[in-house]
Write a protein that binds this ligand. Structure first.
Ligand code: UDP
Ligand code: MG
Length: 314
């Protein structure tokens, strides 16, 4: 029987310090799993350090190392997409370069897909040690919110680290949207997922590429990509305000008829105007979010642009 192949996709953005450690660990595991072949597909997401040089060297040394190098930084989502589209394995895994996704889980994940009735083995971290508390707080809040608003289930703490069968990868590659929110896309395609849990691990080297603002925008991305509830909220708030306005008109007419019409209430009027225009702008903002996403989708721009691959380095 032909040996099966596992592709490991590794998005890398300024990871010159972490890649050597990662490569060492993953090759150790691959030696343990001698029944399968491995392909390592590094995606250099426009790094400004020596990541590309390291990848070139690795691919010269090891024929199982492939790489794709982008023309600029397109973001982790784009890197994962490029990896999924170019991976050739029967099984595909996505892993961070910083060893926060323990390669030691791979043999177990592969066994599960081989012997049990699952198509995807995902991982989720059950602790968030080492992370700023405020970041954990907002992350939890985000998962609560999005699970209320979206039909697609998002698992709190789920990592992008997962091993998938080829059929799942093909299904994901069919989703060609520009605004990619992978956690949602993975749930959207369905299939049977088994979750492995582990404690959070800190980065081996280098620094996190995410700051609060980037994460906030990413969260908005997730909400607009997988829920239209905010649009409904905007309409409902509008309706409620119309109703309140109607009651106020009735009350004021009644008051005037009964007690006459002394001119007063200027401050309250100003407050109401401010408040209502705030609500209007907020609701307009919500619909603009969706409009802007639609705008980007209709342009049909590529999600990433490749400048170099290992084939150019022969
Ligand atoms: N990454 C990427 N492009 C980016 C940002 C990050 O390819 O624009 C990669 C990064 O190199 C790493 C993975 O995505 O392999 C996860 O990033 P990071 O460890 O900074 O995120 P965290 O683990 O802190 O959430
Ligand atoms: Mg990390």
């Amino acid at each position: 029987m032909k040996k099966e192949k596992i592709s490991i996709i590794v998005p890398c953005y300024n990871e010159e310090e972490a890649i050597p450690y990662f490569y060492e660990e993953i090759t150790k595991i691959s030696k343990e799993m001698s029944k399968v072949n491995f392909e390592y597909l590094f995606v250099n997401d426009g790094s400004k350090d020596n990541t590309l040089t390291i990848l070139r060297d690795l691919s010269k040394k090891d024929k199982n190392v492939r790489y794709i190098s982008f023309s600029r930084n397109f973001g982790k989502e784009a890197a994962m997409y490029a990896g999924l589209k170019n991976a050739t394995g029967d099984y595909v895994a996505i892993m961070d370069a910083d060893l926060q996704d323990p390669p030691s889980l791979l043999p177990k994940m592969y066994d599960i897909l081989k012997n049990e009735d699952y198509d995807i083995v995902g991982t989720r971290r059950i602790t968030r040690t080492g992370e700023p508390p405020i970041r954990s707080f907002f992350a939890r809040l985000f998962y609560k919110l999005i699970n209320k608003m979206s039909k697609v289930e998002m698992v709190d703490g789920a990592r992008d680290f997962r091993l998938m069968k080829r059929i799942v990868v093909d299904a994901i590659n069919e989703l060609k949207e520009y605004n990619r929110y992978s956690k949602g896309l993975f749930s959207f395609v369905g299939f049977n997922t088994k979750w492995l849990e582990y404690e959070n691990i800190q980065r081996v080297a280098g620094e996190t590429k995410w700051n609060f603002w980037k994460l906030f925008l990413y969260a908005l991305e997730g909400i607009t990509a997988f829920s239209v509830v905010p649009l409904a909220i905007a309409s409902i708030v509008g309706l409620i305000f119309c109703f309140i306005a109607f009651i106020m008109v009735v009350v004021i007419i009644a008051k005037t008829l009964i007690w006459g019409d002394p001119v007063s209430g200027w401050p309250s009027l100003v407050c109401i105007i401010f408040f209502v225009s705030g609500v209007q702008l907020f609701c307009l903002g919500i619909s603009s979010q969706y409009l802007s996403k639609t705008y980007l989708e209709t342009k049909n721009r590529p999600v990433y642009i490749i400048k170099e691959t290992e084939k150019d380095n022969k």
